[in-house]
Design a protein around this ligand. Structure first.
Ligand SMILES: Nc1ncnc2c1ncn2[C@@H]1O[C@H](COP(=O)(O)OP(=O)(O)OP(=O)(O)O)[C@@H](O)[C@H]1O
Ligand SMILES: [Mg+2]
Length: 158
């Protein structure tokens, strides 16, 4: 399992990381996005959407209440937020994994709340507040061959 740690000095850097990654994504890719409240998960997805070709006029907001949002770019982007999901059984009703398998990209905030349900093959991104100072830290790990390839390609662009 390969890993990459980055410092993101401001929200623009978070969005830029998302955009760079978004350009590399292919149908079926799954991303887990974790970290405490306000760590920048949704900001990263905003960049991701742009990198996937979702037009700038389309607002990308937190799906905290709707649980799942869909955007149309080069391919569909499914953005889920499991913060308010009570139990793993409800995940089935959301149809997340099917959406990715059908040719979309799936990004899931708070996936780590349901580790037993998480697909083993995914790019996992942890966002954190640094121990001191401004900005955020991002730690990316590739689980599975495709995710490891994605991470290598990303590292070359940063
Ligand atoms: N690298 C960064 N440095 C400083 N501020 C940042 C950075 N990235 C994002 N932010 C800011 O952090 C705040 C929270 O961002 P965001 O809503 O994306 O977090 P989140 O992890 O999705 O939160 P939640 O857990 O509530 O869903 C926003 O004001 C955003 O501008
Ligand atoms: Mg969020």
């Amino acid at each position: 399992m390969s890993g990459l740690t980055l410092h993101l000095p401001d929200v623009a850097a978070t969005r830029r990381l998302g955009r760079t990654l978004g350009r590399l994504l292919q149908p079926g890719d799954v991303l887990g996005l974790d970290g405490p409240l306000g760590a920048g998960k949704t900001s990263l997805v905003q960049g991701l959407a742009r990198g996937l070709g979702v037009p700038a006029r389309v607002p990308v907001t937190s799906p905290t209440f709707t649980l799942l949002c869909e955007y149309q770019g080069r391919m569909p982007l499914y953005h889920a937020d499991l913060y308010r999901l009570r139990e793993a059984a409800e995940l089935g009703e959301l149809g997340l994994w099917e959406a990715a398998e059908a040719g979309g990209v799936l990004v899931v905030e708070w996936l780590a709340r349901f580790p037993e349900a998480a697909p083993p093959e995914r790019l996992q991104i942890e966002l954190a507040f640094p121990p001191s100072g401004p900005g955020r830290q991002a730690h990316l790990t590739g689980r599975g061959r495709r995710a490891a390839e994605l991470l290598q390609a990303l590292a070359l662009l940063l």
